[in-house]
Design a protein around this ligand. Structure first.
Ligand SMILES: Nc1ncnc2c1ncn2[C@@H]1O[C@H](COP(=O)(O)OP(=O)(O)OP(=O)(O)O)[C@@H](O)[C@H]1O
Length: 260
């Protein structure tokens, strides 16, 4: 069944941290089924914008909407329940637990069977647990790490851990996925695999994906569109080839190189 197209809208968002203006009147939209790269030099406001979308930071002005629902008045957990998944730069997993159990924990957060049902282990609880185990197995297969299901997370390489963190977001029935520097610390093979996984998620589930990433070859290959922030302002929004040839964008990156 094809899902209706959803739209995530960032509308005139500004964020002040005390005297620091991190974002100024930023507006753009992202539809389900599209992959958009959010780029810009260090300190441009990319993480602040991801935090605004996921309900961690409240905009000082402006708003974030998912179709008709205003997300920017909701808590982070409520935003997640509306289908906005977030994967952070550094995975936060329980290293003493197995891969399977880490994912099962994420699944249980999404389940709602109540304390009494759980204590009495009612039939619907057992069914939900079987469904959760099946979902975990599906996600592990999709990510190509089914063989590691029983391994302790702490024993796995960083690239695997990042995939497990992505798996946790996928278990939440999301419509949009926000990724913060997903390929930092990955080797070439892992980067290529992650690219394939993201394209598969868009193709099969129509996920909308917003990626903050400094690696230009990766974002230009993968993204339909790039949105560029510089000093908290949106300075370009368009197809990768056009954006990367834009004089303002080149100047903002050259400025960063000159400062380095
Ligand atoms: N909690 C905070 N309190 C005060 N200032 C903050 C806070 N978070 C971010 N800032 C400031 O807001 C601006 C934007 O920061 P942000 O981390 O969003 O940029 P970024 O584009 O994600 O940078 P990077 O690529 O280095 O991660 C910076 O000047 C930063 O110092």
């Amino acid at each position: 069944m094809t899902r209706p197209v959803s739209r995530l809208s960032i509308e005139d968002v500004s964020v002040d941290f005390g005297g620091i203006r991190a974002l100024t009147d930023v507006s753009f939209g992202l539809e389900s089924g599209s992959i958009v790269g959010l780029i810009g030099p260090n300190g441009a406001g990319k993480s602040t914008l991801l935090n605004c979308i996921s309900g961690i930071t409240r905009p000082t002005r402006g708003r974030v909407r998912l179709d008709e629902t205003i997300l920017s008045v909701l808590s982070a957990s409520s935003v997640a329940r509306h289908g906005i998944g977030r994967v952070f730069q550094h995975p936060e997993l329980v290293t003493e637990l197995s891969v399977h159990d880490n994912l099962l924990v994420a699944c249980h957060r999404a389940l709602d069977y109540g304390l009494i049902g759980e204590l009495l282990r009612l039939p619907n609880v057992r069914q939900q647990e079987r469904d959760a185990a099946d979902k975990v197995a599906d996600v592990l297969t999709r990510l190509g790490i089914g063989d590691s299901a029983d391994k302790r997370v702490g024993s796995l390489p960083y690239g695997h851990r990042k995939l497990i963190d992505l798996g946790r977001a996928l278990l939440m029935d999301i419509r949009f996925l926000l990724l913060d520097e997903p390929i930092a610390g990955l080797n070439d093979v892992e980067v290529a695999r992650l690219g394939e996984i993201l394209l598969g998620l868009r193709r099969e589930f129509g996920l909308g994906i917003l990626i903050v990433e400094h690696n230009m070859p990766f974002v230009s290959r993968l993204c339909d569109r790039l949105v560029v922030l510089d000093l908290g302002q949106l300075i370009a929004n368009g197809p990768p080839a056009d954006v990367l040839a834009d004089a303002k964008v080149m100047a903002s990156y050259l400025g960063e190189a000159a400062d380095a």
